[in-house]
Ligand binder design. Structure first.
Ligand code: F6P
Length: 329
């Protein structure tokens, strides 16, 4: 598709919602309006594409929503789009509405969907990384990660107050699916005594070593990522085996981490990536994700994006350093 032929851009949010998605939607409507291009939003992710559920988006209606969490377009994890039949229906919707470019905001499942869709649909697609998990290659941060970490630390700080009052061991489970990013970041920022993430297999050893000598004279905070191979319950029973005197509670922060007003960083990221996605389309790019690496805009092919994402070396070293550290009296 030649760039000057783009007259109607479709956009949708997909997978788990994340703070900052609305800011990105606002930004996506901005420059097309200046260039006389229409923008339509599909509701409930790929489901809206299949069902032809769309609404025209106007920047003045979205302007005040940059501060709002969630996604005004709603979102879903579509099982129907996994089937070729679903994707064919989505293609019919695009043709019927004369959509000639598509922007998707979501996580790796969303990008896998776009790759599969590109086999039968040849309009340009641009992706924006939107997930609290920060598990996408090609960007330092995904939309919503910073807000989720802020929510996690705010809540863990509160747990510390009660943990210290009772001299309790607390295991706090944070989200992240298979990624330990929220775990590492929140754990380091609250001064956790142990941080367990899926990407490390030494973290549990350090924890058992520390908790064996824990004398119930203070709080003992453990942050566990939900994807950790051992998991909060098993960690709890192992701790009780090595130190039967502990008074222990488990708190799962859960979906509270997905909601709330986006942080400054996520609002700005949404605005930068929204504008970058539209510019990429107008410059003739397709099948790439707009991200930010070293604070510079960066475009990565969908094939690269869906590869396994790793916790970087520096963070792993921090985990080792803080994990090994003995408790001082
Ligand atoms: O991918 C975002 C995320 O919040 C993960 O951290 C979590 O594992 C999952 O979504 C929860 O999904 P759902 O809202 O469908 O239960």
């Amino acid at each position: 598709m030649s760039t000057n032929k783009i007259k109607h851009i479709g956009v949708f949010t997909s997978g788990g919602d994340s703070p900052g998605m609305n800011a990105a939607l606002y930004a996506i409507t901005k420059s097309p309006e200046v260039n006389g291009i229409k923008v339509s939003g599909f509701r409930k992710g790929y489901e809206g594409l299949i069902d032809g559920d769309l609404v025209q988006l106007k920047s003045h209606e979205l302007q005040k929503l940059t501060q709002k969490g969630g996604t005004i377009l709603k979102t879903a994890r579509s099982k129907r789009f996994l089937e070729l039949e679903g994707r064919k229906k989505a293609l019919q919707t695009l043709n019927a509405n004369k959509i000639d470019a598509l922007i998707a905001i979501g996580g790796d499942g969303t990008f896998k969907g776009l790759l599969a869709f590109s086999e039968i649909c040849n309009i340009p697609f641009i992706g924006i990384p939107g997930t609290i998990d920060n598990d996408i290659s090609g960007t330092d941060y995904t939309l919503g990660f910073d807000s989720a970490v802020n929510t996690a630390i705010e809540n863990i700080d509160k747990i510390r107050d009660t943990a210290e009052s009772h001299n309790r061991v607390f295991i706090v489970e944070v989200m992240g699916r298979d990624s330990g990013y929220i775990g590492i970041h929140s754990g380091l920022m609250v001064g956790a005594d142990a941080i367990l993430i899926p990407e490390s297999d030494t973290d549990f050893m350090y924890l058992l070593d520390k908790v064996k000598n824990y004398d119930s004279e203070d709080a003992f905070l453990i942050v566990v990522s939900e994807g950790d191979e051992i998991g909060a319950e098993l960690v709890s029973s192992k701790i009780k085996e090595v130190n039967p005197n502990v008074d222990l509670r488990i708190t799962k922060l859960g979906h509270v981490q997905r909601g709330g007003n986006p942080s400054a960083l996520d609002r700005m990221l949404g605005i930068r990536l929204g504008v970058a996605a539209v510019n990429a389309l107008l410059q003739g790019r397709s099948n790439v994700m707009a991200g930010v690496l070293n604070n510079q805009l960066h475009f990565t092919s969908f094939e690269e994006v869906v590869k396994q994402h790793e916790v970087n070396k520096e963070l792993k070293e921090l985990l080792e350093l803080f994990g090994k550290q003995k408790r001082e009296k």
